[in-house]
Design a binder for this molecule. Structure first.
Ligand code: NDP
Length: 294
C-alpha cells in the first residue's frame, strides 16, 4: 500500500482563505478588524521564524498584526506588563506569547495572565478546562489543525481507535480530548508506556507528538491506519545546514498507512492557519456576533 499524502499546503490554504473571507465580512458589515499580537522574548532563531510567519499570515488575511519584541533579559514583570496592556487593548483580539520563554520568566504565570477570551493559543487553564468538559473554548492550534485534516480524510471518527503518543499540555492532551469528543476510543501513550509498538499497532488513527526523529517505525503501524505526524525535528546535514523530519519514519510508514501527513508540509502549516481561524473566532466572541458563514 502507498499512503495518500495529507497535504498541509492544501488544507492550510483552505483555512487561511476562509479566515480572509470572514475578515472581509467583519470589516465591511461590522467595522471590526480582528487583531493578533505576538509577543517574542529573546532571539531564539526558530521562534523568530515562527513569529515572522505568523505576522505575515495575519497581515495576508487582512487582520491587524502587532509584534512585540522584548530582550532576552526581560523580567517576568516586564512580560506581564505587556500582556496586561494587550488584554486592555480593544483592537487586539488574540494574544500569543511565543514559547519557550527565558528561564527567569515563569511560563504558567504568563500564559495564565492572558485574558482567556484573547487566548488564541488555547493554553490558558480556563480554556483547557472548558474544552475538557465540552464547553466552547479556544482550542490549541496544532491539535485543531490535526482534527480538521482527520475529519476531512476519514469523515466520521466515531468508534475508531486513536492513539496519541505524547501527553504535553499543548499537543498530546488537547489532541486526545478532541478525539474523545469525536467519539474515538482514545489511548494516550508517553515515555512510561509499556510496549509502545504494540499500543501503536492498535491504532486506526495514530498521532505522534513526541519530538524524537523517526521514532515510530513502519511495523508499529496498523495497515490502513491514518497517521498524523506532529513532530518537528531539526537534523544537521553534511553541508552544515539543517533539515526537518518528523517523529514517524515516513519512508516506512507510507508503505503501511492509508494516509499520512508529511514533515515538512503537514501539521506545521495548519498550526499557523488555525491561529488565524482562532483569532477570527476570538474577535467574534468578544464582539458578541456570530462567526460569518463563508
Ligand atoms: P513535549 O516534549 O512537551 O512532550 C513530548 C511527549 O512525548 C511527552 O509526553 C513525553 O512523555 C513523550 N515521549 C518522549 N519520549 C518518548 C518515548 N521514547 N516514547 C513515548 N513517548 C515519549 O513536546 P511537545 O508536545 O511540545 O511537542 C512534540 C513534538 O511536536 C515536537 O517535535 C515539537 O517540535 C512538535 N510540535 C509541532 C508543532 C507543529 O505545529 N507541527 C507544534 C508543537 C509542537 P512524558 O510525558 O512521559 O515525558
Amino acid at each position: 500500500m502507498t499512503a495518500k499524502i495529507i497535504d498541509g499546503k492544501i488544507y492550510s490554504a483552505r483555512v487561511r482563505e476562509k479566515a480572509g473571507k470572514q475578515v472581509a465580512i467583519l470589516k465591511s458589515k461590522y467595522g471590526l478588524t480582528p487583531g493578533l499580537a505576538v509577543v517574542l522574548v529573546g532571539e531564539d532563531p526558530a521562534s523568530q521564524v515562527y513569529v515572522r510567519n505568523k505576522g505575515k499570515a495575519t497581515a495576508e488575511a487582512g487582520m491587524k498584526s502587532e509584534e512585540i519584541r522584548l530582550d532576552v533579559s526581560a523580567t517576568e514583570a516586564e512580560v506581564l506588563e505587556v500582556v496586561h496592556r494587550l488584554n486592555a487593548d480593544p483592537t487586539i483580539h488574540g494574544i500569543l506569547v511565543q514559547l519557550p520563554l527565558p528561564k527567569q520568566v515563569n511560563e504558567t504565570a504568563v500564559l495564565d495572565a492572558i485574558d482567556p477570551m484573547k487566548d488564541v493559543d488555547g493554553f490558558h487553564v480556563i480554556n483547557t478546562g472548558r474544552q475538557a468538559v465540552g464547553l466552547p473554548a479556544m482550542v490549541p492550534c496544532t491539535p485543531l489543525g490535526c482534527l480538521i485534516m482527520l475529519k476531512d480524510t476519514l469523515g466520521d471518527l466515531s468508534g475508531l481507535n486513536a492513539v496519541v503518543v505524547g501527553r504535553s499540555n499543548i499537543v498530546g492532551k488537547p489532541m486526545a480530548s478532541l478525539l474523545l469528543a469525536e467519539n474515538c476510543t482514545v489511548t494516550i501513550a508517553h515515555s512510561r508506556t509499556r510496549d509502545l509498538p504494540a499500543v501503536c499497532r492498535g491504532a486506526d488513527i495514530l498521532v505522534a507528538a513526541v519530538g524524537r526523529p523517526n521514532m515510530i517505525r513502519g511495523d508499529w503501524i496498523k495497515p490502513g491506519a491514518t497517521v498524523i505526524d506532529v513532530g518537528i525535528n531539526r537534523i544537521p546535514k553534511e553541508d552544515g545546514k539543517t533539515r526537518l523530519i518528523g517523529d514517524v519514519c515516513f519512508n516506512e510508514a507510507v508503505e503501511v498507512a492509508a494516509a499520512i501527513t508529511p514533515v515538512p508540509g503537514g501539521v506545521g502549516l495548519m498550526t499557523v492557519a488555525c491561529l488565524l481561524a482562532n483569532t477570527v473566532t476570538a474577535a467574534c466572541r468578544q464582539a458578541g456576533i456570530e462567526e460569518p458563514e463563508v
